[in-house]
Design a protein around this ligand. Structure first.
Ligand code: BT5
Length: 312
């Protein structure tokens, strides 16, 4: 969004302000203020002009400016009604040197999961990718995936969904028919030997999505199915705020992850590509390695697909 327009919006966020006062505060003409107010109205903001000045009385249901209003985290939001993949767009922004941008879409036409799997992304979801430039070594990158899983789980719980994390990156809901996937995370990175250049953390949440719109074989669920429709603007803000708090305290990520995880203490089968590791998941150690107690001793797994097995 245009800087002045953003400033008009943030002024109206806390107060009713007159046109002349706004013009003076932002050092622009009254005509410019009026133009920005009109543009905001055209974007769906309800701004009333009364005796005291302009009053913000309503924000659009979803969208970039809507998410930025009242957001207590330093992300600029780039919104698309539809886009092939927010991760692809975030990679472009990362390559161009940007940081702390959240690319958000209502619908993705080419959503990606891990290992080039498809990620179904119908309209009504929260499909979001963060562009980050943390000053950490590449080995610490998985911590940001864990942080995204914690942030998503917390936001889902606030929306009334009893969500848990399955190692490493799935957010699940336990249903009478078994575990259902509510959200997935795809982290991509470019780095040098000793430090990360950029990270793109892609988070896909089945928010206001009908179960019929999810792939039949995916065992997915949505916030709509479990708890009814969520205010996606507030949900996205809470997710971004929780993520921002976690990345500012990386030592706190692993304990928070453990607290929200359904995997620890379970019998699991982890497909690593080369082999299957079967046993009890006993711990996750930094920066996201799963420790499995198998018949032949403890094994550490850094990546793979994890299945929760029924107890023997
Ligand atoms: C993931 O992969 O779980 C990572 C998903 C990341 C999606 C986000 S959306 C924003 C950003 N932009 C992108 O293009 N991607 C990211 P994985 O663990 O590989 O799981 C993929 C598998 O989940 C698929 O093979 C399906 O079986 C299943 N699946 C596909 N769409 C689903 C959905 N909407 N809900 C639940 N399961 C789904």
């Amino acid at each position: 969004m245009n800087e002045t327009r953003r400033a008009v919006l943030s002024a109206l966020e806390t107060d009713t302000v007159s046109g002349p006062a706004l013009a003076e505060r932002l050092d622009v003409s009254r005509a410019a203020v009026w133009k920005h107010v009109e543009a905001l109205r055209a974007d769906g903001f309800a701004i009333e002009s009364g005796d005291e000045g302009y009053e913000l009385t309503g924000v659009p249901e979803f969208g970039g400016a809507a998410i930025e209003v009242g957001l207590d985290a330093p992300f600029a939001v780039e919104y698309h009604d539809a886009i092939p993949s927010t991760n692809d767009r975030a990679r472009e922004l990362a390559t161009a040197g940007r940081a702390d941008v959240a690319v958000v879409a209502d619908e993705q036409t080419g959503g990606r999961g891990r290992l080039d799997r498809e990620w179904s992304s119908p309209s009504g979801g929260v499909w979001l990718s963060l562009v980050l430039r943390p000053d950490v070594p590449p080995a610490s990158a998985p911590t940001f995936t864990l942080a995204a899983a914690v942030a998503t789980t917390r936001a889902a719980r606030e929306a009334g969904v009893d969500a848990h994390i399955k190692w490493p990156n799935d957010v699940l809901v336990e249903t009478p028919d078994g575990e259902r996937k509510l959200a997935g995370i795809l982290t991509e990175m470019e780095g040098e030997a000793d430090r990360v250049s950029w990270l793109v953390v892609g988070i896909g949440v089945n928010a206001n999505v009908a179960p019929d719109d999810l792939p039949a074989d995916a065992a997915g669920t949505s916030i709509r199915e479990v708890a009814g429709d969520v205010d996606r603007r507030v949900f996205t803000q809470r997710l971004l705020e929780e993520f921002d708090a976690l990345r500012s305290d990386l030592d706190g990520v692993l304990p928070a992850w453990r607290e929200h995880a359904a995997t620890l203490g379970q019998r699991v089968r982890v497909e690593t590509g080369e082999k299957a590791v079967v046993g009890e998941a006993v711990d996750v150690t930094g920066p996201g390695t799963l420790v499995v107690e198998t018949e032949s001793g403890r094994q550490s797994v850094t990546a793979g697909d994890c299945e929760h097995l029924r107890p023997e």
